[in-house]
Structure formats: structure tokens, C-alpha cells
Design a protein around this ligand. Structure first.
Ligand code: ZN
Length: 428
């Protein structure tokens, strides 16, 4: 092993480069935290707009928005205000005249806040139902097209899937009924502006419930459809593919509908350009997500980890870090390694953990002191489906899994960055 100074310098760089590689593992676990990942990110204006802010924590779940959301809030306030100012509004059998400028803007602001809370309430309903089904929620994101409750894992059976998906639209229906009742009461009591706000919030929630029930993945209705097919056939992959194809059709229809609004001379809603462009944007968003879902359902199939794993490159716990870098890392460019003695797994050595170790201590530190000791999240039997293995890799903090046989012997290793079908539709 002719390792002069230049050689070891090269290996130091190799460790750093490997550890900083923007693998899937990085993008799963620290998309916004790792300075290394963000160095790879092309920092243009769009990226800045997509940067997320945590605005609250509800039931321990972080609630995040990105900067694009402010644009949407501004647009919503403006749309509502200009409509209230220029048009009369019919609430039930009461006809309200156009409002003064200041009143219109204040009402626009209050209504927008109400709609914002409605979307949040919808996502929270998903998250709380998921918790009741034993699944925690990583975050609730409010994005320009609505919201997203990002679950830590997929529902394990059709019933859980159905309940979690249905909770959102159901809550929106309840909100709309309450708001319409509020509007009715306010109108009877002659509190006109209050009636308008309630009426608009009620309409918004009704729209949210109905739109989300469209039976195409990734909409809630598509999730419900997937759960129903899944329960009938027992085949989650096939169910995902079918629900995804419906999502593609719905997305495509929305795009066509938007184009129709923009070019049709006969049918002109009050805000044709806004509605048309909005419909196209939402349609494209759905198309994009649905296509990814269908592709991943195709690609993943029901393969087990034994078909996707590579032979394990095991490291002895007593090895020094210097020897590991010289003898193992120089030959195998992985970001994590199983630590084992004659096939028995002791832990996982992650390059991420190695980075914090000063170089002068490499020759005296043994692998067993820097490795993560073996725990249930670090290994699976060889007949585990690739899907659940990928879900585990997203959660275990090392982005890889050791594969063991029926006797607990190490037989393979899986790294999330090394598997072909990487994406797994998690949108909701
Ligand atoms: Zn929903």
C-alpha cells in the first residue's frame, strides 16, 4: 500500500468528497439544513422563493410556508378586495351592494386569513387522523396550491389510507357548513361585512373539499380511490398506478380547461386570466406529481431487497480509522459501511459521523467508537420489500440498511443513493 503524503492527502479529500456527496440520503434527511447540500443548490430567485420558513408548531408538528406563499396571499387579498369593491354580492336572499375601498381591503385580508386557516385545518385533519393510525407527521407545508401533510411513513393498510385521506375533505366540509351557518346568522342580524367574510370562507372550504375529492392521485380523492382498489385487489402497486393515471387525466383536463378559459370568447368569468392561468398551473402541478407516482409504481414493483442489495463491504470494529480510509474507503466509495465480525452485525459506520473526528486522531481511533451501534432501524431480512426498506432508510438517519438472512448473518447492503427508482410518491 504505497501511501506517501500525497496519497493520504488524496484520501482525506476522498472522505470529504464522499461525505459531502448530495446523495438521496442527504436530500431525504436534511434538505434545508446541510450546508453541503445547499452548496450544490443553484441559488437563483426561484430557489429563494422555495425556501421554507417554520411559522408554528401545532401538536408538535412544524408548520412551514415558502416565500411564494406571500405572493399568493397578496393575490388573494387583492382579488377579494377588488371584487367586493366593484361587484354586488348575493348572500342567500340578501343582495349586498359594493363596499367602500377601505372596507373591501380589510375584508379581503380577514377572508384570506380565514382561508389560510382553512387550508391549515384541512392538513391538520390529515395529520391528526394519521396520528390516530399510528403514523407521525414530519411537517405541514402550505404551498401556493394548497397544503401538504408530509407523513413519516406510508399507511400500512387500505383502511388507514382511506381514513387519513378522507379526513381532509371531511374537515373542509364541516368548516364550510359552519361558515355558511355563520353567514346566515350574520345576514339575519344585518352584520353585512361579517356575512360576506363567512360566505366567502364557506365557499372556499366547499371548493377545497370538492376539488380534493377528485379521484386522481395525489389529490385526496385519488388516495381514497387507491385505498378502495388496494382493498379489492390487495395490490398496492397496481392501485397506486391506477390512481396515478386518473391523476394524470385530471391534471390534463385542468390544463385544457385553463386554456379554454383563456381563449374562449363565449364564456368569460369575472377574472378570466387569473382563473385560466391558475387552472393551468394547478393542472401542471398535478400532472407532474401524478406522472412521478405512476413512474415509481412501475419501476419499484414488488421487488425485495435481496434483488436490489449489493454484497456487503464489512468493516471490523477493531480497525483504526486510518486503516479504514486506506484499505476500505479507497476501494469502495460508499457513504456508509456495515461493521461486522464474522457475519454478525455490530453497527454502521457513516462517513457523516467520521467528518467530526479530527484527522490527528484517525490513527488511534477504532471504528467501533465512531460507528452507530446496531439498532432495529439499521437492518432488515432479505425478503423485505424494497418499498418498506426505502421508507426505513429515510428514517434511520444513515440512508442505508444492512441486509441479514434468516440466521441474522449479514448478507448484503443497501444504500438509498444506489437504488434506481428513487422517488416514492409521498405527496398528499
Ligand atoms: Zn387533503
Amino acid at each position: 500500500m504505497g501511501s506517501g503524503l500525497a496519497e493520504s492527502e488524496r484520501l482525506v479529500l476522498a472522505v470529504q468528497a464522499a461525505a459531502e456527496m448530495p446523495s438521496d440520503f442527504d436530500s431525504f434527511n436534511r434538505p434545508r439544513l446541510s450546508p453541503f447540500t445547499s452548496a450544490f443548490v443553484f441559488m437563483n430567485v426561484l430557489q429563494l422563493l422555495k425556501r421554507q420558513l417554520t411559522i408554528a408548531r401545532v401538536y408538535g408538528i412544524p408548520v412551514r410556508i415558502d416565500y411564494r406563499w406571500f405572493v399568493v396571499v397578496g393575490l388573494s387579498v387583492w382579488l377579494i378586495a377588488s371584487n367586493l369593491q366593484n361587484h354586488a354580492i348575493q348572500v342567500g336572499n340578501v343582495r349586498l351592494p359594493p363596499h367602500a375601498q377601505l372596507t373591501s381591503w380589510v375584508l379581503g385580508l380577514i377572508t384570506t386569513a380565514g382561508l389560510f386557516l382553512s387550508v391549515f385545518g384541512h392538513e391538520l385533519a390529515h395529520a391528526l387522523m394519521a396520528r390516530a393510525e399510528g403514523i407521525e407527521t414530519e411537517e405541514i407545508v402550505l404551498h401556493p396550491f394548497g397544503g401538504l401533510a408530509r407523513l413519516k411513513s406510508e399507511p400500512q393498510n387500505p383502511r388507514a389510507e382511506f381514513r387519513i385521506a378522507f379526513a381532509g375533505p371531511a374537515s373542509s366540509f364541516v368548516f364550510s357548513i359552519l361558515a355558511f351557518a355563520g353567514a346566515k346568522v350574520a345576514a339575519v342580524g344585518n352584520y353585512e361585512p361579517t356575512a360576506v367574510v363567512f360566505f366567502l370562507i364557506g365557499s372556499g372550504n366547499l371548493l377545497l373539499a370538492l376539488f380534493n375529492l377528485f379521484p386522481g392521485y395525489p389529490l385526496d380523492g385519488g388516495r381514497v380511490l387507491r385505498a378502495l382498489i388496494w382493498r379489492r385487489t390487495g395490490d398496492i402497486k397496481d392501485a397506486t398506478r391506477k390512481a396515478g393515471i386518473c391523476g394524470i387525466l385530471i391534471g390534463g383536463m385542468l390544463v385544457l380547461f385553463g386554456i379554454y378559459i383563456l381563449v374562449s370568447p363565449n364564456w368569460r368569468p369575472s377574472e378570466p386570466y387569473f382563473m385560466g392561468v391558475w387552472s393551468i398551473l394547478v393542472g401542471l402541478f398535478l400532472l407532474d406529481t401524478a406522472i412521478k407516482v405512476v413512474k415509481s409504481a412501475h419501476a419499484t414493483g414488488l421487488v425485495t431487497v435481496s434483488e436490489a442489495m449489493s454484497p456487503p463491504v464489512a468493516v471490523e470494529p477493531g480497525l483504526t480509522v486510518t486503516r479504514f480510509v486506506d484499505d476500505v474507503l479507497s476501494l469502495h466509495r460508499q457513504t456508509a459501511f456495515p461493521v461486522a465480525v464474522s457475519g454478525q452485525l455490530h453497527g454502521i459506520l457513516s462517513l457523516e459521523d467520521l467528518k467530526s473526528l479530527p484527522r490527528e486522531r484517525w490513527s488511534t481511533t477504532r471504528v467501533q467508537t465512531v460507528m452507530r451501534p446496531v439498532s432495529p432501524g439499521f437492518f432488515v431480512p432479505a425478503n423485505t420489500t424494497l418499498d418498506s426498506a426505502q421508507a426505513m432508510m429515510k428514517q434511520n438517519g444513515i440512508g442505508s440498511l444492512a441486509i441479514v438472512d434468516a440466521h441474522g448473518k449479514l448478507v448484503g447492503f443497501l444504500q438509498s443513493g444506489n437504488i434506481k427508482p428513487r422517488r416514492n410518491g409521498k405527496h398528499r
